[in-house]
Design a protein around this ligand. Structure first.
Ligand code: NAD
Ligand code: ZN
Length: 406
């Protein structure tokens, strides 16, 4: 919640406990011990099972004598149908805790499952902010990509196939009880999800860092609002994340077994998750929701494609912040004006995007020009993300960004 009158007022939420470190997964049973669960529902997917990642999570739990049900029905960018399937399996088992292992897709399924098993009803009732009625079953999230930050965030995203859009369920109750960020779990992550999720993390950090400030956010303090806007503690997380991504993302994509790069990216993704889920995501994410609902593209690749175009739109209002981003990404900004440095930030993101194989034109995704006005209208309808953007767009502005990206 933000307030316009206070010079400095913000919240900072995270997972209840955040454990970071290579090998941390081996202690998984001890992280669950405060809840003494007897029955744990594990959400993963078949790809992760084949990669041996699911076993790394289940072994410490079975060794501790916990009764497990492993559900491998997770899928990338989960639809309502996928969520329904996972929920049915969970209901049938009746767990007292949930463990989600995977990228944002499986972790988000974990959040939805925990909410619905605790409070009943349908996750459709929980779409938008503040609809989850109270605390949910203990949820432990273990990220295997380095991107979404879902392990610490208040968000769960599903694809509404009927309406061709992604929807967000946002609640502070959805922050996991424990986030176990073990970079070794990302070693098997293939180049594409590493690239896509990594540039998603960069988008989170940049959108938080260039967002509307907490004391300029045009939302009454009494109105429930899922973000506080840009604030000092979020900035600390975002700045560190941007620097780490500049240092490590290309290496993590090109040398998957490079543990230093994986550790750098895991830390960056979690920090970016803390930044965005407390401060903001904005126009890049707003445009990705209809894009990802209409064509087959991962959340990260869609964001990565759009990011430099939105940075260019934001430049007049966020020149200083973009200049800082250039320096954080390792650009030489000595002796140049902020305007010149800000251009270098955009160029640096474009180079990184190319180096890791993210497309730079909507046409490459099969988007037709006549789809753009619908994307603009749908994105403009996500009011919270319009308010949070560092430069407030009109619907025509959004169309202009999309045309530039087409
Ligand atoms: N809740 C949030 O805060 C939040 C934030 C951003 C994005 N999201 C959502 O997260 C989803 C995207 O998540 P993602 O980018 O992490 O990818 P993902 O979870 O969709 O995973 C992509 C693919 O990579 C595979 N994979 C992941 N890790 C692997 C590993 N270590 N080894 C082998 N294969 C591996 C998965 O099995 C899957 O097939 C989208 O639905 C997006 O909307 C959520
Ligand atoms: Zn994202």
């Amino acid at each position: 919640m933000s307030t316009n009158s206070a010079r400095c007022y913000f919240n900072f939420y995270s997972a209840g406990r955040l454990v970071f470190g290579s090998g941390a997964v081996k202690q998984l049973a001890s992280f669950l011990a405060p809840w003494s669960p007897r029955k744990v529902f594990v959400i993963g997917d078949r790809t992760l099972e084949q990669a041996g990642v699911v076993a790394q999570v289940t072994h410490p739990l079975t060794d501790a004598g916990i009764d497990l049900r492993v559900c491998l029905d997770g899928e990338p960018e989960p639809t309502f149908a996928v969520a329904d399937k996972v929920l049915a399996a969970a209901r049938e088992f009746g767990p007292d805790a949930i463990v989600a292992v995977g990228g944002g897709s499986n972790m988000d399924l974990g959040k939805i499952t925990a909410a619905v098993l605790t409070h009943g009803g349908s996750y459709r009732d929980y779409v938008n902010y503040g609809k989850v009625p109270g605390p949910v079953l203990p949820l432990v999230c273990l990220p295997t990509t380095s991107g979404t930050g879902s392990e610490v965030s208040h968000a769960a995203v599903l694809t509404d196939q009927a309406n061709h859009i992604k929807v967000s369920i946002l609640s502070q109750y959805l922050r996991p009880a424990v986030a176990v960020v073990d970079p070794t779990l990302t070693l098997s992550c293939p180049a594409k999800p590493t690239a896509d999720s990594g540039i998603d993390a960069l988008t989170h950090a940049i959108e938080a860092f260039t967002a509307t400030a907490y004391n300029e956010l045009d939302v009454p303090a009494t109105e429930p609002f899922p973000y506080d806007g840009k604030h000092p503690l979020g900035d600390v997380c975002a700045e560190k994340a941007i620097a780490l991504i500049g240092q490590h993302l290309a290496t993590a994509v090109q040398e998957p077994q490079n543990l230093a790069a994986r550790e750098g990216m895991s830390l960056a993704a979690t920090l970016a998750g803390l930044a965005f889920s407390n401060c903001a995501v904005a126009v890049v994410h707003a445009l990705e929701y209809p894009l990802g609902g209409a064509v087959h593209v991962s959340h990260g690749a869609g964001n990565g494609l759009l990011l430099p175009y939105v940075m260019r739109f934001n430049l007049p209002a966020r020149t200083k912040e973009l200049a800082r981003i250039a320096a954080l990404l390792g650009e030489d900004t000595a002796g140049v004006t902020d305007a010149v440095a800000a251009e270098r930030a955009i160029a640096a993101v474009e180079r990184l995007r190319a180096a890791i194989g993210i497309p730079n034109r909507l046409q490459e995704l099969g988007v037709t020009r006549d789809q753009l006005p619908t994307f603009a209208t749908k994105a403009f309808g996500i009011k919270r993300l319009m308010l949070l953007n560092g430069r407030r767009p009109t619907e025509t502005d959004l169309l202009g960004i999309l045309e530039a990206a087409w």
